[in-house]
Design a protein around this ligand. Sequence first.
Ligand SMILES: NC(=O)c1ccc[n+]([C@@H]2O[C@H](COP(=O)([O-])OP(=O)(O)OC[C@H]3O[C@@H](n4cnc5c(N)ncnc54)[C@H](O)[C@@H]3O)[C@@H](O)[C@H]2O)c1
Length: 442
Amino acid sequence: MEPLPKVDIAPAQGRLGILTPGMGAVSTTFMAGVIAIRKGISKPIGSLTQMGTIRLGKRTESRVPMIKEFVPLSELNDIVFGGWDIFEDDAYQSALNAGVLDKTLLDQIRPELEAIKPMKGVFSKEYVKKLDGRYIKSAKTKWDYAQMLMDDMQKFQEENKVDRLAAVWCGSTEIFLKPEAVHQSLESFEKGLRENHPAIAPSMIYAYAALKLGIPYANGAPNLSTDIPAMYELAKETSTPICGKDFKTGQTLMKTILAPGLKARLIGLNGWFSTNILGNRDGEVLDDPESFKTKEESKLSVLEHILQPDVYPELYKDFYHKVRINYYPPRGDNKEGWDNVDIFGWLGYPMQIKIDFLCRDSILAAPIVLDLALFMDLAKRAKFSGIQEWLSFYFKSPMHLPDLYPEHDLFIQQMKLKNTLRYMMGEEQITHLGADYYEYYR
Ligand SMILES: NC(=O)c1ccc[n+]([C@@H]2O[C@H](COP(=O)([O-])OP(=O)(O)OC[C@H]3O[C@@H](n4cnc5c(N)ncnc54)[C@H](O)[C@@H]3O)[C@@H](O)[C@H]2O)c1
């Protein structure tokens, strides 16, 4: 294998516009959070770019800078927010509706949030059955919609005098779509846009528009979106980084923390039953079986890949895995997720683990939006293009090359991310071998 080329990163000069298609709970919790942090009201808990450190060189060197001081990232003060929605509410009103953050916090940053008004969305009820958007663009073909979105992006950049843009999909989960012929090449996709092909969902039109303009695009929902050959081709053509799918928060985050530990200690698994109650708009959208199917596919695959039943048949062959999401309005965004894990140990003796996670979905997702936007902008300035597998850390269904399997283990994902940052900055990779400290052979 040829050695990897040296990376030359353009500085993070000027302002960065972060655009979110979808300005609901996650998006507004992210925006309000960054504004509150900028004002010194709150702290960026959960954000690797803001609070994380990275070890460099040997343990004896004591070089552990903050990530934001190690790689050239945009400053929070240089971020400008924008987005689209199918409802007209500005970010203040939408954050109030979402009910994630306290009104007392939102009122302290009200003018800044009110100034963030959504652009009209591209939407069709065919793809999200539970929503009735009224604030939407109107055009004849999907091709025309793509052009309108590109106009929005360019206009946003000019009006807000931002130097670069990054987009993170925070819109709803659409119905389950499988890759089809129309997705297989850029040519067939563009033809499909002109002919209003039904397998081109709105989320794909946003992604297409962004990639066409060279804007990095991260996909926070399980929608196919950029995970099709046509988009890989476009991303390469315009030297644009892409990543997805589906923010890894809540129950799946817990799964990918716990499962690697069980496997590391060769503890067997008979079954993993997961159920949730949640009452936000995301929960309502997922109440539709077709949107739930998209989510379910995304949630189910993680254990299979982490536990590798083919490599460890005696421990993990035929384990039973079930995931349920129940829409329960009284809880709003404050989800409760229960897991019952049937495991077995030495001599096959059974044991159980019970998890009751009272989490807040958008509180866990907001720092991910920030990190993704900042890292994707970094990737673009480092001239990385196509699938950014090093950002798997943030996703339930990480995008990967077709002939590679995805990495779901959170700890491998973290190592991959940090080693990529070391590689970008010309620092040695950390293998954790450690034999050189002990001089075993002397
Ligand atoms: N919160 C989490 O922990 C989490 C984790 C993983 C994935 N996600 C995904 O992130 C997305 C956002 O979650 P949320 O809790 O903010 O949901 P939400 O329902 O509060 O917000 C989604 C917003 O997108 C808008 N929207 C839908 N279709 C659109 C379109 N075509 N164009 C523009 N706007 C559109 C909706 O009107 C809504 O305001 C969902 O797809 C969800 O499944 C969330």
